[in-house]
Design a protein around this ligand. Structure first.
Ligand code: SF4
Length: 454
């Protein structure tokens, strides 16, 4: 399908072809689904809401429940205030959530609907809540929408009590429920009391019970979110997706924060574990040391297959930087590193990684697209693609194996249940990468070179 992509790169300033991102409300909806008994609400037309739900449902293979203000021509001209009021009443009457999380869309942003004023004027049933955030989709990406919604929960709900609750607040970043479960496992092993915001585990990876549940068991509770104001500190995992929310919490309620890269690969996970160790002041349990040692053992074993191999990595900024760091730890060369999400520190941080590992000729790009990455590959090929499902056309056109990691993965299964973070997640990344390279070798080598023992 992409066989005719032109090698020659022309400068494009006003056109993205296959952008490596989606719109802000997708992220806002995902964040809201990580709050227990919360119904995400899209303040715009039904088409937007259907698209955001579909996008999440295709990646997580779970129903993404959400409602819409159902704008038609009237709301587009006169504003969506009355639609929102009617919607909130119907939602509380029919679907009985504890909380509605409203995000805007391009249309309501362009009209200029003031969500704060509209919600303040509404009659909200006793014990129920409506929170909101702005997610104009003509700037930023789903990562900004995710961050805006998490910050919206803090702005609207978190409050300071008289005494500390002894917990830390963990902002997990835009990751899969399987990653959230891995954080929780490690925090529990380290015996650190925490509140995870949002917590999509148990919601977007809920088990088959034979019974439909509009609000699955998982998610951060409203009580926990309110109590975040009494945490001793917050830990932002992923600088792009989580740090802004930690800053909002610090500004609003003076909760200090520490930011870390997503704990992907050896060094980033070491930093995460060492940070937890600084919090507990206890010795790191042997079970964690053992996992680390197993990972290093695996990396040594697979080194002959990974060393010097070139990869093109694309997706969300925090995830791409995490994968890039791990790929470098494997002795590979992250030749092209691309995110569609805007933010210039992505390029700076990628360049720092290239420098640290002494690799030359690698290119990082923010606000990029897959068309440009394909053109680069045509000029100088790579051995491996690492990213979401939209890379499969390039993989087919250029006969390069694609390892699916990140978001969205809409043509494979199970990815959302198992982690990429932590030492366990790095083992899984190592397995995917090595298997892809070895499968390629098996299918492309001369018959007489085909080895059973590798
Ligand atoms: S109109 Fe805007 S909010 Fe709606 S789907 Fe398109 S980009 Fe997203």
């Amino acid at each position: 399908m992409l066989n005719y992509t032109n090698k020659k790169v022309y400068e494009r300033t006003a056109l993205r072809i296959n952008p490596v991102k989606t719109c802000q409300p997708v992220g806002a909806m995902y964040a809201a689904l990580g709050v227990h008994r919360c119904l995400p609400h899209s303040h715009g037309s039904q088409g937007c809401c259907a698209f955001h739900r579909m996008f999440l449902t295709r990646h997580f293979k779970e129903p993404a429940m959400a409602s819409s203000s159902s704008f038609t021509e009237g709301a587009s001209v006169f504003g969506g205030g009355s639609n929102l009021k009617t919607a909130a009443k119907n939602i509380f009457d029919l679907y009985d959530p504890d909380i509605i999380a409203v995000h805007t869309t391009c249309l309501s942003e362009t009209i200029g609907d003031d969500l704060n004023a509209l919600i303040t004027e509404m009659k909200i049933p006793e014990g129920k809540y409506i929170v909101h955030c702005n997610t104009p989709s003509y700037k930023g990406s789903h990562i900004d929408g995710y961050t805006n919604m998490v910050s919206g929960f803090i702005n609207n709900l978190a409050e300071k009590g008289d005494e500390t609750n002894g917990k830390i607040c963990v902002f997990p970043g835009f990751v899969n429920p399987g990653d959230v479960r891995e954080y929780k496992r490690l925090l529990n092993i380290m015996k650190i009391p925490f509140t995870m915001l949002p917590d999509t585990s148990g919601v977007m990876d809920s088990p088959m019970t034979g019974k439909f549940e509009m609000y699955p068991k998982g998610g951060t509770t409203i009580k926990e979110i309110k109590d975040i104001g009494n945490c001793t500190m917050s830990l932002a995992l992923g600088l792009k997706a989580s740090e802004p929310s930690a800053q909002v919490l610090e500004k609003k309620l003076k909760i200090p924060y520490k930011s870390l890269d997503l704990p992907m690969g050896v060094e980033a996970t070491d930093k995460f574990i060492m940070t937890l160790q600084e919090i507990t002041k206890e010795e790191i349990p042997y079970s964690i040391e053992e996992e680390r040692g197993q990972l290093v053992d695996i990396m040594i074993d697979i080194h002959p297959y990974t060393y010097g191999k070139k990869a093109a990595i694309f997706g969300d900024p925090d995830t791409v930087l995490g994968i890039t760091a791990f790929v470098l730890e494997l002795g590979m060369i992250p030749k092209y590193v691309v995110t569609g999400t805007p933010g210039t520190d992505f390029v700076e941080r990628a360049n720092l990684l290239f420098k640290k590992f002494g690799v030359d000729g690698c290119i990082a790009k923010e606000s990029g697209d897959l068309f440009l990455m394909h053109q680069w590959i045509k000029n100088e090929p790579v051995d491996l693609l690492i990213g979401g499902s939209y890379g499969k056309h390039i993989a087919r056109a250029e006969d390069i194996p694609l390892v699916r990691m990140g978001f969205p993965i809409i043509d494979r299964y199970i990815h959302s249940y198992v982690p990429l973070v932590g030492y366990k997640g790095a083992m899984r990344m190592a397995e995917f990468i090595t298997n892809a390279l070895m499968d390629y070798q098996d299918s492309h080598c001369k018959e007489e070179d085909l080895e059973v023992v590798m």
